[in-house]
Every structure is written in C-alpha cells, then in structure tokens.
Design a protein around this ligand. Structure first.
Ligand code: SF4
Ligand code: FES
Length: 284
C-alpha cells in the first residue's frame, strides 16, 4: 500500500458498483422462485405467553428439488411470519438441533428434502416426548442430563497423559464394536419415537442407553460396572419394550435398539453368573 492508500502498481483492482437492483441477483431469485413448484407448509405454533393450545398455520412455499424442510421454514420465517420459533445451526445434519416431526415422523429438518416427501402438504410439529418451549423448539435439558449421568467418557484410573503411560491403542476390530454408536449427534429423534418414553417420562431412553453401550463396548474403558449399575434401575434398561422405532428414525445410522439388546445380554449374563455364585449384582 502506498502512502496515499493506493495499491502498488500491478495490484490495482477494478472498482465495481453493486446495487441489489442491478446486480441481477434479485431478478435471478425471482426467476427461480416463480419457476418452482409450491407446497403447503403447515407449521405447529404455540407461544406459552399467549396461547392455550397449539394451532397449525398454513403457508404456501416455493421449492426446488434440493429445498429442505428447514429451508422452507426459514423462507416462511423470512418473508411471511417472523415469529416462528425454530432451532437450527449447522444445516448439514451434524449439530442435531433441527429435529422435529415431519409428516408424522421424527426427522432432521435440514436433512429432509421436500421433494423426497412426495406430498403437496408438509406438516411440521415439535418432537414428542420433550417439553415444548415454543412452536418447533423443545427443551433438551432432561436428555442432556441423562446423557451426562451415564458418564459419556472413557473411565480409567491411569491416563495416557501420565508420563510413562503409552497411548491406548485399539485394533480396527476393537473400534468396530462401538464406532456406529459414536456417531450419535444427540438430536433426540430416537427418544421422540420411543413409545416407552411417552408413557414414562423418567425412562433413560434409547439415546442414553445407546451411549451407555458405546462406552461399555470400548475396550479402553474401565467403567462398565458403574454404568451397568446406573442403567439397572426401575426406569432404566428393563423398561425397554423393544419397539425398535428408535433405530428406524436415527439419521446417523446408529441402532439404539441393538445397543440396548447388547446391554441387556451383558446384564443377563451378569445376573445369571451372580445367581450361580449366590451373590448380588450390586456387590460385584
Ligand atoms: S441415536 Fe440417532 S436418533 Fe438418537 S440421538 Fe443419537 S443420532 Fe439422534
Ligand atoms: S441444523 Fe444441525 S442437524 Fe439440522
């Protein structure tokens, strides 16, 4: 940069004047918008400060082949109803924030394309089995506290950070035993689909149980007994009726129902072993 603020010779850039009206961007947007198809988006709305019950509000929204349900909700929020309460962040099925019931099924709004729903009417509602905050946003406090309760980290007395301790190496076979459960993004769709959670709000739930299995199956972990004790409670693993709906809705390929069955197998083996020895599981 020279003293008078100009760029040195050879580095000058042409000045371009861009205005929203003559850039062509708005015109292109209108062209795309007018050429696209439309759906009726029915959004469940509830404001605890003024509403007594939820009500559906219908909006006409243009969409393209690639438009997601989250895009459509945000289109409505930008141009038709600014008050819609919706939680989202990454818009790429990674943060787990945008779970909701879409046409009757728990799904991620950012991972569900309108064209794939094969319907002219798309209905979005807040997830079941979670306290409703507003419109499509629900409270995650209980799920996160349950997740925390099962101790979602490797428990060991030693540490790979201690001098003289080597890192905890694992073979591909060791990793294979738990890796699908490590893909959980804590979106809560499995808990929302779980019929036991509907009837027992204190049930640990498929998300927490799948995460308990994730660490029980990790051969670096030494907290197995502790975790098995936590889930062996009246509202713990024994309340699962194995409906399997949790695994059907998981957007990340986690199979919580299988994790629960594998945990049950470990629990039953321990109980049989303890009965044979005449001792109690809790004193192991
Ligand atoms: S197991 Fe699947 S559905 Fe359940 S919270 Fe994790 S990612 Fe979501
Ligand atoms: S916005 Fe992050 S998962 Fe949908």
């Amino acid at each position: 940069m020279t003293k008078d603020g100009a760029l040195p010779k050879g580095f000058e850039r042409p000045t371009v004047s861009v205005s929203p009206n003559d850039s062509g961007v708005q015109a292109k947007y209108e062209e795309v918008k007018s050429s696209s198809k439309t759906i009726t988006l029915r959004i469940s709305k509830f404001n605890p400060e003024k509403d007594l019950r939820t009500a559906f509000h219908a909006f006409t929204v243009p969409y393209q082949r690639w438009t997601t349900v989250l895009d459509a909700i945000l289109e409505v929020k930008s141009h038709q109803d600014h008050s819609i309460g919706v939680r989202y962040s990454c818009r790429q099925a990674t943060c787990g924030s945008c779970g909701m019931i879409i046409n009757g099924k728990p799904r991620l709004a950012c991972f569900t394309k309108i064209s794939e729903l094969d319907s002219d009417v798309v209905t979005v509602e807040p997830m079941n089995n979670f306290p409703l905050i507003r419109d499509l946003a629900v409270g995650f406090e209980r799920m996160f506290s349950t997740h925390k309760r099962i101790k979602p980290y490797v428990i060991r007395e030693d540490s790979e950070t201690n001098p003289g301790t080597k890192e905890f190496l694992q073979s591909p076979e060791d990793v294979e035993k738990y890796i699908q459960f490590a893909s959980c993004i804590k979106c809560g769709l499995c808990n929302s689909a779980c019929p036991t959670m509907t009837t027992d709000s204190t049930f640990i739930g498929p998300q927490g149980l799948a995460q308990a299995y994730r660490y029980v199956a990790d051969n670096r972990d030494q907290g197995k007994d502790e975790r098995l004790r936590i889930i062996d409670e009246p509202h713990g693993i024994w309340r699962c009726h194995f409906a399997g709906s949790c695994s059907q809705v998981c957007p990340k390929g986690v199979d919580p129902a299988m994790g629960i069955q594998l945990l049950l197998r470990i629990q039953k083996i321990i109980i049989l072993f303890c009965v044979d020895l005449g001792c109690c599981l809790l004193d192991c």
